[in-house]
Design a protein around this ligand. Structure first.
Ligand code: 1CP
Length: 355
């Protein structure tokens, strides 16, 4: 996985899935029967165990750390909850310039000062992954992650999930200085959250700008990308462990067909592509030889086996246009997906080597 993210083509295409942890797994629901989502994220024993579940069940080639993009906001003291079946909900959405000024006055260093449970959970996970790696005979890396400033800002100013992220898109133009203050601050907060996981032992990092596809390319370039670059810089500037030359960083968003080249211009190694753009088309659009990650339509998890297998093969073929390919879905695993279909996709990807 790590070699592929950095540009090699291993004999077997590596595969992991966004939202592989939690949601669709019965063993997850059994563990999560008590307590809130945020409590689970900040319980090292529980978070590390949930992180391991899909790795054991599906045989994927990486773990994604069980947490959420809003965890660093909770750590610095912002009142946020993850509502079941809905997502992040803030008790005091940022409605005015004064709300934003009060928020950006919070010290981003609190993420690290109060992030002991996150570091502990990462440490426990990498120890469990090392044991499983010995059994499987190949290292299974942990991917750390963070939300990009735009996606976090979209929740903060809206107060919760929204369809078109109008409050954030409006603020960009209505009060450009406040927008810049907010996204610069978010870059510090979320960048430290990502760096914290990597310092604690994660082998790669992914920045999720899930809602960036709702922006015009001009707005993305001028008002959003700089803060994402600043967030990634926190991870990039960490000292590397002995024997490691480069930390693989992935940049992903949904509906980003028009901004792929801009997203690819950040200091990253791999670009996550959603299911709307075939990987060979994405390769032509980005003008840079990055590893591509993606991009099976999550809806294909419900298709009859021959249809699903053909779709996986088509993506593996298109992925050959890039320097290297990491197989993934074009967005997250849906809540009601059949876990056996997910395991079957892993087998199809791994068997492709024979062709
Ligand atoms: O009670 C539950 O089980 C809550 C469901 C859940 C889970 C399992 C949420 C609520 N978050 C998570 C974990 C999570 N979130 C992970 C780790 C596990 C994994 O991916 O396997 C990660 C990487 C995230 C990241 C995340 N949270 C993103 C970016 C990725 C994406 O899916 O686009 C976003 C946008 C969120 C916000 C969020 N958290 C939860 C929900 C339902 C949402 C989306 C809400 C919306 O539609 O706006």
């Amino acid at each position: 996985m790590v070699r592929a993210l950095l540009g090699d083509r291993p004999e077997i295409t590596p595969v992991w899935f966004m939202r592989q942890a939690g949601r669709s797994l019965p063993e997850y629901r059994a563990l999560r029967s008590r307590g809130t989502m945020l409590e689970a994220c900040l319980d090292p024993a529980l978070a590390s165990e949930i992180t391991m579940q899909p790795v054991r069940r599906h045989g994927v080639d990486a773990a994604i750390f069980f947490s959420d993009i809003i965890v660093p906001l909770a750590l610095v003291g912002i009142d946020v909850e993850i509502a079941p079946g809905r997502g992040p909900v803030f008790s005091k959405p940022l409605r005015t310039a004064a709300d934003i000024a009060a928020t950006v006055a919070i010290d981003p260093a609190l993420v690290v000062e109060r992030g002991g449970a996150v570091a502990d959970a990462v440490g426990r996970t990498t120890a469990m992954l090392a044991d499983l790696s010995d059994e499987r005979g190949e290292p299974i890396p942990l991917i750390g992650f963070a939300g990009a400033p735009f996606t976090l800002a979209a929740y903060l100013v809206e107060g919760g999930p929204s369809k078109d992220h109008m409050a954030a898109r409006r603020l960009i133009h209505e009060d450009a200085p406040a927008w810049r203050d907010l996204t610069s601050w978010l870059a510090e907060v979320t960048g430290r959250f990502l760096a914290l996981q990597i310092e604690a032992g994660a082998s790669a990092g992914q920045l999720f700008d899930s809602w960036a596809g709702g922006l015009s390319p001009a707005d993305y370039r001028s008002s959003v990308l700089p803060a994402s670059v600043a967030a990634l810089a926190h991870a990039r500037s960490l000292p590397l462990p002995e024997g490691v030359d480069r930390l693989p960083l992935v940049h992903f968003g949904v509906g980003t067909g028009e901004i792929l080249a801009d997203m690819a211009s950040a200091d990253i190694d791999a670009l996550g592509v959603d299911y709307r753009v075939p990987l060979d088309v994405a390769r032509a659009r980005i003008g840079r030889d990055l590893t591509l990650q993606g991009n099976l339509d999550p809806a294909m998890l419900y298709a009859p086996e021959p249809v699903r297998t053909a779709a996986v093969h088509e993506i593996l073929t298109a992925g050959r246009a890039a320097r290297a390919h990491v197989f993934n879905l074009g967005h997250g695993v849906p809540m009601d997906a059949d876990p056996d279909a997910i395991s079957a996709v892993v087998r199809t990807v791994h068997d492709w080597r024979a062709r």
